[in-house]
Write a protein that binds this ligand. Structure first.
Ligand code: ATP
Ligand code: MG
Length: 330
């Protein structure tokens, strides 16, 4: 098979002027050591200032509760990229194409552990350091890549790749691409196209595979080609109860709501019960629970036609808004 068949147009190599044309990405030019009028960065501090990556890392630390091992890995990857830039700036990279950092990643963890959120931050970091031109994230699942009929998969996959070029392609539950039980499954075709683009256009597209850890491990065992192209594996742990509580407070504050002390206690009790139930989805379940509490608060306020609703009334979730959940039933 001709490898160039799967070169996606609009990519960096196909459009050499693209880096210069994108004024919002000065770091791209800097990464290539040709930013006009700028002295080339020679210290870590200079690269961090120039790229403003420090700000993204600080935001990640501040906005996301817990996730200590994940945050550390992101810092490690950022360090690798910053050093890579400094190497490039002294002319090292040009000699060793194979030394280019491989950036494809795998994020494993249960639902609602922050994989998509962190992937978006990662895209931003890669963009600021000039490893992708645009820094957007295209999130897809099997259905976006694989067609139902013969001949439909390649165009679908290529269309998605085209959209993702210059950014990050995030493939949720990537293992569904591989269905060994179905001999003629079109998923295999999508995998083959992905593999080629991950190899040939890895300077302009970063692929992040996401999903449950055990299923991803099985997928990699059956797809060594995919496994060998993934350089970074990040495992997202389930949140502890106190972290979920902190996430709830953070999400509420973001929506301009707050708990009364009794409501906070009720939500703590809610979490204990909900965590023990099936289909608990970490921060996503917290989000859903808060959305339902807001609905109950709204119904409660709606029931009283004559009450003047001041800011306190409109922003406060009461104990009853939490305890009415069916999690407390029975
Ligand atoms: N550590 C965290 N701190 C604060 N909010 C978080 C954290 N992790 C996740 N969230 C919030 O929880 C929600 C779900 O997170 P996200 O979509 O990133 O999880 P996911 O692992 O991609 O889940 P899924 O597997 O269900 O797609 C988002 O609204 C996100 O902002
Ligand atoms: Mg997600």
């Amino acid at each position: 098979m001709n490898a160039s068949l799967y070169t996606i147009p609009g990519a960096r190599d196909a459009a050499p002027s693209a880096a210069g044309a994108d004024a919002s990405a000065p770091s791209v030019a800097a990464a290539r050591g040709n930013a006009p009028g700028h002295s080339v960065a020679r210290t870590v501090g200079e690269v961090l200032r120039e790229s403003q990556v420090e700000a993204v890392l600080a935001e990640l630390d501040r906005d996301l509760i817990g996730l200590v091992p994940v945050k550390q890995r992101i810092r490690d990857i950022a360090a690798l990229l910053v050093i890579d830039k400094l190497r490039l700036n002294v002319g090292l990279q040009a000699q060793a194409d194979s030394a280019k950092p491989s950036l494809h990643m795998c994020f494993t963890g249960n639902p609602g552990t922050g994989k998509t959120t962190v992937a978006m931050r990662m895209a931003e970091i890669l963009h600021r350091l000039g490893y992708v031109r645009k820094g957007h994230l295209v999130a897809v699942t099997r259905d976006d890549l694989v067609g139902q009929y013969i001949g439909h998969t390649a165009p679908k996959t290529k269309e998605v790749l085209k959209k993702a070029m210059g950014g990050v392609l995030f493939i949720d539950e990537a293992y569904y691409l591989y269905r060994p039980e179905n001999e003629r499954d079109y998923g295999q075709e999508a995998i083959e196209i992905l593999l080629q683009v991950m190899e040939n256009q890895r300077d302009d597209l970063v692929v992040i595979l996401a999903g449950y850890k055990d299923r991803m491990d099985t997928f990699f065992q059956s797809n060594p080609g995919m496994s060998s192209r993934i350089a970074h594996h990040l495992d997202f742990p389930d949140y502890a109860q106190d972290e979920l509580m902190a996430i709830a407070e953070r999400q509420l504050a973001g929506m301009a709501y707050r708990f009364t002390p009794a409501a906070r206690q009720a939500f703590d009790d809610y979490l204990v019960r909900r965590m023990a139930q099936p289909h608990f989805a970490n921060a996503r379940s917290v989000r859903n629970a808060l959305d339902r509490a807001r609905l109950r608060q709204a119904s409660r306020l709606f029931a009283d036609r004559d009450r003047v609703l001041d800011e306190a009334a409109l922003t406060t979730l009461d104990e009853a808004d939490i305890r009415a959940s069916r999690v407390f039933a029975g």
